[in-house]
Design a protein around this ligand. Structure first.
Ligand code: MLT
Length: 250
């Protein structure tokens, strides 16, 4: 029996290390690919105009390199936006979808303007330290902030080590993204929507919108996790993703 391929795309402004704690258990069930998106982690900066379609194109090229035609495409937050861009551009390559702590709606004009301002600020500052201070309280749930200091330190380290140009590029790309509601509505494969109950960035209502668009979707909540559920509650994340992935074994 061939193992399915699962791609997990990371959130902003961290990197693929956010999946370190789920890599071994999920890797036993599937061919797991957790790339760094352009400019983050080990990946070089993109020279293209900022667009999530560029990241979706990078993913298509990566799957080609691995000899993978179709895969389960999953992502957390920004990674989910990229998964939905990939679905729009390459629907025939999407066997299933995992959308964790993300949303299918586009930004409001205010949110877009804020992203562009943050992009300019980090480039001017040449540092992401202030961004880490501003984002951490929202990025991680109260339970993690109060009882998982190691997780807080790891996430702070990833943000502080992010390249300011990568942060700016990603903010501009996210600001330009369209909504993905029609893409979800026309996707007929299985989809899993995962949400941390303490997610202060993508509210439950956004998960409900995605779930209601999906033909074959299920929605699970991880209690006590925030926006980065895979690092805040790796056991819970594995527990909900594993049965979903094994549906693709046959
Ligand atoms: C993320 O975690 O990827 C970000 O919160 C996405 C966003 O800024 O919309």
């Amino acid at each position: 029996m061939t193992k399915p391929t699962l791609v997990l795309l990371h959130a902003f402004p961290v990197n693929s290390s956010m999946y370190d704690d789920v890599r071994d258990p999920l890797g036993m069930l599937c061919n797991l690919i957790t790339p760094d998106l352009a400019g983050f982690g080990e990946a070089g900066l993109s020279e293209s105009e900022p667009s999530l379609d560029v990241l979706a194109g990078d993913l298509a090229a990566l799957l080609d390199q691995h000899g993978v035609g179709r895969a389960i495409i999953g992502g957390t937050s920004m990674g989910g936006y990229v998964a939905m861009a990939f679905l729009r551009l390459h629907p025939e390559r999407v066997a299933g979808l995992i959308l964790a702590d993300t949303k299918a709606t586009a930004d409001s004009p205010d949110a877009r303007a804020n992203r562009l301002a943050v992009a300019d600020q980090v480039v001017t500052a040449g540092s992401t330290d202030a961004l880490a201070r501003a984002m951490l309280p929202n990025l991680l749930g109260a339970t993690t902030q109060n009882s998982r200091p190691g997780v807080v330190d790891r996430v702070r380290g990833w943000i502080e080590s992010a390249h300011p140009e990568a942060v700016a590029w990603a903010q501009r790309a996210m600001a330009a993204r369209p909504d993905s509601l029609d893409d979800l509505a026309t996707f007929e494969g299985p989809a899993l929507v995962v949400w941390g109950s303490e997610d202060g960035i993508t509210p439950r209502s956004e998960q409900a919108i995605m779930r209601s668009e999906l033909v074959d979707g299920e929605f699970v909540t991880l209690n006590g996790a925030g926006h980065l559920s895979a690092i805040e509650d790796p056991n819970g994340f594995v527990a909900v993703v594993s049965p979903f992935v094994t549906r693709f074994d046959a």
